[in-house]
Write a protein that binds this ligand. Structure first.
Ligand code: HEM
Length: 519
């Protein structure tokens, strides 16, 4: 029937009648127009999903400029595209991720105004579907809305994280750094066998967090708890990259079964199972009147009733130090080891300072820190480089850098006159003088900052004291590419760690693996 009509109804000729004519059926034109209208309507309906339509908010305030498209995730290295947009749209730009508007700040003054001065307004966090709703279920401090629960849980954790509390387990942090050096030396057969430092740096950071959380440590590098805890922490990092999950930004996907959703739910269950069983074993020891070192879980169990903590609160709080403090700290140690082989002049200068101040009869300690300004600068510079890779995906803020030292360069000289710790630097009244923003800002600044600084000091100063660092001729270490979603660690690499002299063996003599007690 329709084809009959096509044949019979003609609309127009496209050329004079004395020439061959092309005639188009009217119905085809009508259908074409209807099709176009439908397409336009469809695009109009879909436009809020794929395009930025609003330029003002509900009160008529201008929204900072930004790209016209909406995104459901950003590609592998999100911080790179954010940097490109910051260059194009300015130090305050906005980007729609699905239905969520993000404002990206790259200006330290604005960051301070919003996160510090107006901290009462800007200290909550987006309820990411994957991280906050599915895996942590609004708990573990980092996933709690800014409010009473967050305040209460942060206060509980801070009891173990203040500089004073840290002195209680300072010896344990120092001991773990010695053990990391010893295992690197032994497993590397004094520099003859190249090593991938991932496992060693990971175990160092993990043991520190296990000790603060549970009063335990892993007694050897083969301990299955290392692999299990690192695996859970890695899965957490992979699933919670702040820009990478389309499921976070396109709500309908949250209702549909998907691999991502399944992984998130499974991780939640695994965290409850692994950390829950560890809590139960601490509780059993306490109930039996056995000795348990002071640690977070002991505090939580003792205060559970008073603080009205439910089972999930306990599990998530006991997991959070491992989730927040292992990949971050071990990532920075790995970046140090990735950078240093190609900067022998930095290693030499640091080692000259260490030999002059500390000598060759002992490893450097926390007390040496004020007297080793160059080594301090090396560590701050590694943290800054790490921030450029991993943390720019959280905020684009960068401090005022010495103009004669390019931003991209690995050059510790930029921090030579900086005598402040990162925690002190974060409180400076002139925000442009702050060293870097690796630990965040405002009321949710990393509560582990003192512990992390101490760990990094011990690990990096002792590595510098102990070894010469060699990359392998056939295995160049990439400083441009890095592990994808969370951006925390370099791509897997190996290096040679050759003891600087025979003194290393004698200073490590007393340091053998201990198990305080096991769970
Ligand atoms: C070098 C290592 C570390 C880095 C770079 C780092 C960085 C950060 C940053 C940037 C934040 C703020 C996130 C936000 O604004 O929401 C944060 C929060 C947090 N960090 Fe760390 N961190 C490190 C080590 C640690 C350690 C060792 C611990 C535990 C002992 C820890 C526990 C936490 C917790 C619980 C939070 C959540 C705070 C809140 O939401 O109030 N971190 N960390």
């Amino acid at each position: 029937m329709i084809s009959n009509l096509h044949v019979r109804i003609f609309s127009a000729t496209l050329s004079p009648t004395n020439k061959p004519t092309i005639q188009i059926p009217l119905l085809v034109i009508a259908q074409y127009i209807i099709g176009l209208c439908a397409l336009a309507l469809g695009l109009w309906i879909l436009s809020p999903i794929v395009l930025r339509r609003l330029t003002t908010d509900a009160d008529g305030n201008q929204i900072p400029p930004g790209p016209i498209n909406r995104y459901f995730f950003l590609r592998k290295y999100p911080e790179r595209v954010l940097q490109t947009w910051a260059a194009k749209y300015g130090s305050l730009f906005s980007i729609w991720m699905g239905t969520q508007l993000f404002v990206v700040i790259s200006d330290p003054h604005v960051a301070r105004d919003l996160l510090v001065t107006n901290g009462a307004v800007f200290s909550s966090r987006k309820r990411y579907y994957m991280k906050n709703q599915t895996i942590l279920r609004g708990r573990a401090i980092t996933a709690s809305d800014y409010g009473e629960t967050w305040r209460q849980h942060r206060k509980l954790a801070m009891q173990l994280l203040t500089p004073k509390a840290m002195e209680g387990y300072a010896d344990s942090l120092d001991y773990e750094a010695h053990i990391m050096i010893r295992t690197l030396k032994d497993d590397g057969h004094s520099g003859k066998v190249p090593l991938n430092p991932h496992h060693y740096a990971g175990r160092f950071a993990l043991n520190n967090m296990l000790f603060i959380s549970f009063g335990i440590r892993t007694g050897n590098t083969e301990d299955p708890l290392i692999a299990r805890a690192l695996e859970l922490a890695m899965e957490f990092m992979d699933l919670t990259g702040p820009w990478s999950n389309h499921i976070d930004f396109f709500e309908p996907l949250q209702l549909i079964p998907s691999a991502m959703r399944t992984r998130g739910r499974k991780l939640h269950e695994d965290l409850i199972e692994v950390y829950g069983s560890m809590i139960l074993r601490v509780k059993a020891r306490l109930d039996a009147g056995e000795y348990v070192p002071d640690c977070l879980v002991k505090t939580l169990i003792q205060d559970q009733e008073k603080e009205e903590l439910d089972w999930e609160d306990l599990c998530m709080l006991s997991a959070v130090f491992t989730l927040g403090g292992v990949h971050s700290t071990s990532g920075i140690i790995q970046w140090f080891l990735a950078l240093i082989p190609s900067h022998p002049e930095v290693a030499l200068q640091a080692q000259e300072e260490l030999d002059r101040v500390v000598g060759r009869d002992r490893l450097p300690t926390a007390e040496d820190e004020p007297n080793l300004p160059y080594v301090r600068s090396v560590i701050k510079e590694v943290r800054r480089i790490y921030q450029r890779k991993a943390r720019l995906n959280a905020s684009g803020v960068e401090q005022q850098l010495k103009p004669h030292i390019p931003r991209w360069a690995f050059n510790p000289d930029r921090y030579l006159n900086d005598e402040l710790s990162c925690a002190e630097s974060a409180k400076l009244s002139d925000v442009m003088d702050r060293d870097h923003w690796t630990f965040g800002a405002g009321r949710r600044i990393c509560p582990g900052i003192h512990v992390a600084e101490r760990e990094l000091w011990l690990a990096i100063s002792q590595l510098l004291w102990s070894f010469h660092f060699h990359s392998l001729p056939d295995e160049p270490i990439s400083l441009k590419e890095y592990e994808g979603l969370s951006g925390r660690t370099p791509l897997p690499f190996r290096l040679g760690l050759e003891p600087r002299d025979g003194r290393l063996e004698s200073v490590l003599k007393g340091d053998q693996e201990l198990t305080y007690w096991s769970l």
